[in-house]
Write a protein that binds this ligand. Structure first.
Ligand SMILES: Cc1cc2nc3c(=O)[nH]c(=O)nc-3n(C[C@H](O)[C@H](O)[C@H](O)COP(=O)(O)O)c2cc1C
Length: 294
């Protein structure tokens, strides 16, 4: 391991490790307004949804490293404590990148980026028409610590493009194409093969309860052990005995016997395959064959 003490490291150097490891981060495209009514639009990936009731979003336009001055978005939030936070899709990435350039204060990045302002209902700054999820927010607090400027916002109105909704009116994650920021110039796209589901866990037996031969297996992975430890109980002796007639088990037992192979390894390989398919029940029944074949 490379170990770093931030207090002994240049913050701008340590930042590279942080942005590449606390990643990918969602991106808030924030529209704000100064006291004169001039509109500003900038992206921020120090951003998240952190409270449910009421709904709270936070983002952090940090002070500029060079001169420690506040970014325009932060100055605006002090002057007019309202913002529109818009989520970003792959179709918008080059426009939001352009909006992030250091334009002079007062320059409207809607115009520079070519993104379209849409009047908000409850706040002064406009929303971004191209964004499929737009949140009108009141700024409820601004906290500063070192160069951090954390803007805490309450969502007072939300708009979702019907194109990303399912038949129940909820967002279908497969219809979204959100992008996220990583370190350096890297972005990620949450779409297609990058998406996968993990069933909600129940209070299972836990990895610590697995037999040592399974827990210390050279074949089963950490994810395999996590799946095996998620079951509520070990399979019954009856179920294990019944499963011993399964053709695949018979084939494995024959392979071990006539091919002079180590049976537990073959069973672990088969269980690993079954777990990859999400078949936890048969994986358990397969692993337990070691007990009765021993
Ligand atoms: C995808 C993306 C994410 C960014 N995230 C942040 C961030 O979280 N905090 C920050 O201070 N700057 C961030 N930046 C840089 C700001 O967008 C940039 O400094 C911008 O000029 C600020 O605009 P403003 O001064 O008009 O508020 C990001 C830039 C990009 C392209």
């Amino acid at each position: 391991m490379k170990t770093i003490d931030p207090s002994e490291t240049d913050p701008r150097f340590f930042y590279k490790y942080m942005t590449s490891s606390v990643a990918p981060r969602p991106i808030a495209l924030v529209s704000s307004m100064d006291a004169a009514g001039r509109v500003n639009l900038s992206p921020f990936s120090f951003f998240n949804f952190v409270g449910i009731d009421p709904p709270i979003l936070v983002f952090a336009p940090n002070k500029r490293a060079a001169d420690k001055t506040n970014k325009h978005t932060a100055l605006n939030a002090y002057e007019v404590p309202e913002v529109a936070i818009n989520l970003v899709t792959n179709a918008m990435v080059h426009q939001i990148s352009l909006a992030s350039a250091e334009f002079e204060r007062g320059v409207n990045e809607f115009e520079k980026s070519g993104l379209t302002p849409l009047p908000s209902v409850k706040v002064a700054p406009p929303r971004v028409k191209e964004s499929p999820a737009q949140f009108e927010c009141k700024v409820i607090d601004i906290r500063e610590h070192g160069s951090m400027v954390l803007i805490i916002c309450e969502v007072v109105m939300a708009h979702f493009d019907t194109d990303i909704l399912d038949e129940n009116g909820l967002i279908d994650q497969r219809k979204t194409d959100w992008i996220a920021r990583l370190g350096g110039d890297w972005y990620a796209r949450a779409t297609g093969d990058a998406l996968f589901e993990v069933p909600r866990p129940q209070v299972g037996i836990g990895v610590d309860a697995l037999p040592a031969a399974i827990r210390n297996s050279n074949i089963l992975t950490g994810n395999d052990l996590g799946r095996l430890g998620s079951v509520k109980a070990f399979p019954s002796a009856d179920d294990v005995a019944t499963f011993s007639t399964n053709p695949e088990i018979q084939r494995i037992i024959d392979e071990a016997r006539y091919g002079c192979q180590y049976l537990p390894d073959l069973l672990h390989l088969q269980a690993h395959r079954l777990l990859a398919e999400g078949n936890v029940t048969e994986a358990w029944l397969t692993l337990m064959q070691s007990e009765i074949s021993a």
